[in-house]
Write a protein that binds this ligand. Structure first.
Ligand SMILES: Cc1ncc(COP(=O)(O)O)c(C=O)c1O
Length: 370
């Protein structure tokens, strides 16, 4: 049976060295923020080509912590898209700041930079909120347009927090995800391209001061003295066991990325309705999604896949601005048409490094069968 994501085959590859690492942890007993956590941080920073990698308890906290470090709060506007996992917007709301949703490109599903500038200007003109930051999302593993985003951010004096929850390992030219914007956040949720066996995440930055503040926030606002809080923080620490899992997965990560690349290319040979990948952009291929011509056609396809034992998932069937928790922002149906239309017509197909060419052929054949 074809799996949507195959963690079992992957585990077989890393099981032995992972067991050795786990045994070491059981022996040394430093379960939280132990040596594995710091070993991982060093390797992650090197991988992304940044000065600081700060691991933490989840991708959500990896987004929340930099916003806290910047003092984002009530009266502040933070720009992001409604076509993402809702954690991206949730962290803005938790702090009492206001998410301002910007529609996405129909082709890449990432933030539309022209619309971003229009929204920034609208918020400035309205004068009720202070524009503070942008959270571009690298949807399904594809980096957003950071050259343009950085230009806009500079023009309006905004911070950029890259939501790289789905895109660790991706790049634009020679620059890897984690090094865009002022700071980036990734997730080690098990289903991510680089996941652990629980919750986890990491923050990436070249900014020494920001790194120091993020490290403090992650451990209840403490710096040198564990029992003296210097600022309001969180329990955002990372576990040694989870760090060990990521460390072992990192040893096969590049090879897995290459396999994802090949599977993506196999799909694209026959499917012309997938996410557009611009020249020079290397996706991490967290998900492979196609857009159907209507909601009806999408649902029909899901049923056909289902009846052939092929799993599929709809990422995302509800755009965030129409979710009940975000009704307080007063967005109406029709206000962000591209995101709404994608939510109605998109479906994600199986994507993992262990899909065989036969699996992909079977999926394509089932899609093309009328
Ligand atoms: C785009 C995006 N942002 C944030 C998150 C939150 O990450 P976590 O589940 O590790 O908290 C996710 C996880 O699915 C995500 O896909």
């Amino acid at each position: 049976m074809i799996k949507f994501i195959d963690l079992e085959t992957q585990q077989k590859r890393i099981r032995k060295p992972l067991e050795q690492r786990l045994k070491k942890i059981l022996d040394h007993g430093a379960y939280i923020m132990g040596p594995e956590v710091f070993e991982l941080e060093e390797k992650l920073a090197e991988y992304c080509g940044v000065k600081h990698a700060i691991s933490c308890s989840s991708g959500t906290d990896a987004l929340l912590i930099p916003l806290m470090a910047w003092g984002i709060g009530p009266g502040d506007a933070v720009f992001t898209t409604p076509f993402t996992y809702h954690a991206t917007a949730e962290v803005i709301s938790i702090l009492g700041a206001t998410p301002v949703f910007v529609d996405v490109y129909e082709s890449t599903f990432n933030i539309d930079c022209e619309k971003l500038e229009i929204e920034i200007k609208r918020i400035i003109k309205e004068g009720k909120l202070k524009p503070k930051a942008i959270i571009p999302v690298d949807l399904f593993g594809l980096p957003a347009r950071y050259r343009l985003i950085d230009k806009i951010a500079k023009k309006y004096n905004l911070k950029v927090l890259e939501d790289a929850a789905q895109s660790f390992g991706a790049s634009i030219g020679a620059k890897r995800v984690g090094s865009f914007g002022d700071v980036a956040a990734t997730s080690f949720y098990p289903a991510k391209p680089l996941g652990c066996y629980g919750d986890g995440g990491a923050i990436f930055t070249n900014d020494d001061h920001l790194a120091e503040e993020c490290k403090a926030i992650r451990i209840h606002g403490t710096k040198a003295d564990r029992y003296n809080s210097e600022r309001i923080g969180l329990n955002g620490r990372f576990d040694s066991i989870q760090a060990a899992v990521v460390l072992e997965k990192l040893t096969i990560f590049d090879e897995e990325l290459e396999r994802r690349n090949i599977i993506d290319a196999n799909y694209r040979e026959y499917l012309n309705n997938a996410q557009y990948h611009p020249e020079g952009y290397q996706s991490a291929h967290a998900l492979f999604s196609i857009v159907l011509s209507s909601n009806h056609k999408r649902n029909e396809l899901i049923e056909r896949l289902n009846s052939n034992n092929i799993p599929s998932v709809t990422y995302y069937k509800n755009p965030i601005h129409l979710m009940r928790a975000f009704h307080y922002l007063n967005y109406q149906k029709g206000s962000l048409p591209i995101s709404e239309s994608l939510s109605n017509s998109i479906v994600s197909l199986p994507m993992h490094p262990y899909l065989s060419k036969t699996d992909v052929s079977l999926i394509i054949e089932t899609i093309q069968r009328k």
